[in-house]
Design a protein around this ligand. Structure first.
Ligand SMILES: Cc1ncc(COP(=O)(O)O)c(C=O)c1O
Length: 395
């Protein structure tokens, strides 16, 4: 029978092998797994890569339930779990790159991803070229004979450029290059990475999968062909997560659909209100026509979420500090994807850029719109702008 995505979110990984007689799987904590006899031990050893309990680092039934749930949702053959999204990115790159290889990395990637390329991969003899997120088929110009991976992140961190994934995948396919995607913003709900030909799909599950701001976790999903390599490399690096965290991630996942739709509705309402404000020069939200890559967003994505940015046409640090310091509902924090609203200000280039140049006169505010009443959020922002102007006049 057909299972649509909301059904998959609810039923994925809910298999009696993991859940026994309850709705959710028990939290199975283990380092040592004990076997009743040598046959059982042999069976576990031979099948340790295939969801059979062998030793705690390889996972227990709680982890297997989460891995299966994610794969039922994203359609890939296997899913490796990592202690955070950054580890999933590092682990995926390390699994497929070796000394002498070349990597094409999107210029607007999450800053620690860039740092990993510059400070770890470079040391290991992997060279990186940063590319403009708006390059589609033209990315072919940057391909070198030793290019092994094209890494994408769409929309881009903070500035929200949406990439032309199908065009990039087509170039990669013709040259035997792997495409990796940091799909944290969209999650499997808003962007179907597998259907778009992405080879390795990474998520900071810390954000929308967990959804409650209380667990760090990363996932990397891949195809039948690549799974043995990703799985073994992840295992060799010793990546593992606690079963309690796996349980919480699975529990968060079950409400992904309803949360995401409410984040989308709330964020669009607040973004439209902000677009009409005199201080706002530009809204960086993929669903806005003015956002770079809006046509690709409409073509490839199934909707949006709570995270977007606005560029202001005036203001300085004193003004944004006055705004942020008095917010009641918006909290300040470097994350997003939980049920709560968050906000931060950025002055100058939002994260390092080398292939593109950020041009904006005023500061940028990044907002994560949570599940509060939007009228309360708008009133909070309105009072924030009043403090912003008062500080601007005094500075
Ligand atoms: C787009 C994106 N990818 C990856 C990460 C890293 O996730 P984690 O904080 O779990 O390492 C983040 C964190 O903010 C992110 O925003």
């Amino acid at each position: 029978m057909t299972k649509r995505i909301d059904t998959k979110i609810i039923s994925g990984g809910r298999n009696k092998r993991w859940t026994k007689n309850t709705v959710n799987p028990p939290v199975t904590r283990a380092s040592t797994v004990v076997f009743n006899n040598t046959d059982e031990m042999k069976h576990a050893t031979q099948n340790r890569g295939d969801k059979v309990m062998f030793y705690g680092r390889r996972g227990t039934d709680t982890h297997f339930a989460l891995q299966q749930a994610i794969n039922e949702l994203d359609g890939y053959a296997g899913c490796a779990l990592y202690p955070c999204g950054t580890a999933a990115i590092a682990g995926s790159l390390m699994a497929f790159l070796e000394a002498g290889d070349h990597l094409l990395m999107v210029d607007t990637t999450y800053e620690p991803t860039r740092d990993f390329c510059d400070k770890v991969l470079a040391k290991m003899g992997v060279t990186t070229t940063y590319y403009d997120p708006m390059l589609g088929a033209d990315i072919a110009r940057l391909v070198q004979p030793n290019t092994k991976v094209i890494f994408t992140e769409s929309p881009g961190s903070i500035t929200m450029e949406v990439q032309d994934l199908p065009a990039i995948v087509e170039v990669a396919r013709s040259k035997d290059i792997l495409v990796m995607l940091d799909n944290t913003w969209a999650s499997p709900l808003l962007f179907d990475a597998k259907a778009h030909g992405v080879d390795v799909c990474i998520q900071a599950a810390t954000k929308y999968i967990v959804g409650h701001s209380d667990v760090m976790m990363g996932t990397a999903s891949t195809t039948e062909e690549l799974w043995p390599q990703l799985r073994e490399q992840s295992y060799l690096h010793g990546y593992c997560v606690s079963p309690d965290d796996a349980y919480l991630a699975l529990r968060g996942l079950r409400t992904l659909g309803v949360r995401m739709r409410q984040h989308e509705t709330n964020a669009l309402e607040v973004a439209n209100w902000l677009a009409a404000r005199p201080e706002v020069a530009e809204v960086r939200h993929p669903a806005f026509e003015s956002n770079p890559g809006h046509a690709e967003f409409k073509r490839d994505f199934n909707g949006s979420n709570g995270l977007f940015s606005v560029v202001l046409n005036c203001g300085n640090r004193a003004a944004t500090n006055a705004m942020l310091n008095g917010m009641e509902h918006f909290k300040m924090g470097y994350s997003w994807g939980g049920f709560e609203s968050l906000m931060l200000a950025n002055h100058g280039t939002p994260g390092p850029r080398s292939a593109t140049q950020w041009q904006a006169d005023g500061p940028l505010l990044r907002l994560h719109i949570g599940l509060e009443d939007t009228q309360d959020l708008i009133e909070d922002l309105e009072a924030g702008f009043a403090r912003f102007h008062a500080a601007l006049q005094n500075s």
